[in-house]
Design a protein around this ligand. Structure first.
Ligand code: GRF
Length: 194
């Protein structure tokens, strides 16, 4: 599996992929809408080609490097904008996203970063977690492929909950990519048999 990863920030999920996929899948391209994303440095230090999306709404900016890299899976790992519909159409069923909550709750437009955990805490939920799902034209809406759960503990802050969720993200996302590599495309998976 030739994996392209889209990022907007520090790239700890990208790092989890880089540290654990080989030989089942290899990261062949990292795309970012931010030239200063720490994730790009992680890619460059491994010699992985990178592309900065100057206009992330322009399909061509995605499609040219994706095709050049021969990518057959696109992973959104902390990518905070919508993927252009033309890209979704071209790679339908081959784009996955990781979201730091148990979808279908606590997702959708504006639900990213600390806002997600803030909403979970405000709801009084006793569980949160992470979700990997197929990407369609809307934020956080495509079919769910796998989830991992963590408890919400008394006294949790946004930071403590985010940290607990991030730890399971770093196991869940590589498991999703390994399952996709075995099947030849993203498929439902569970952490226990990865
Ligand atoms: C993660 O919590 C991911 O689920 C969310 O954004 C965060 C990205 O973290 N979409 P990182 O850039 O992978 O460290």
């Amino acid at each position: 599996m030739r994996v392209a990863v889209a990022v907007s920030g520090r790239g700890s999920n990208l790092q989890a992929l880089l540290d654990s996929l080989d030989p089942e899948a290899s990261v062949v391209l990292v795309l970012s809408n931010r030239a200063d994303a720490g994730a790009l440095e992680r890619a460059r230090s491994r010699g992985i080609p990178t592309a900065v999306l100057n206009d992330p709404a322009s399909a061509g900016e995605w499609l040219v490097p994706l095709e050049q890299a021969g990518a057959n899976l696109l992973v959104l790992a902390g990518y905070l904008k919508l993927v252009p519909a033309e890209v979704v159409g071209k790679y339908r069923g081959r784009i996955i996203n990781i979201h730091p909550a148990l979808l279908p709750d606590f997702g959708g437009p504006g639900m990213y970063g600390g806002r997600v955990h803030q909403a979970v805490l405000a709801s009084g939920a006793t569980e949160s977690g992470a979700t990997v799902h197929l990407v369609d034209e809307a934020y956080d809406r495509g079919p769910i492929l796998g989830q991992a759960r963590v408890p919400v503990l008394p006294g949790d802050s946004v930071e403590t909950l985010a940290h607990r969720v991030l730890e399971v993200e770093h196991r869940l996302l590589p498991a999703a990519v390994r399952a996709a590599a075995r099947a030849g495309r993203p498929v439902p998976f569970s952490l226990s048999n990865s």
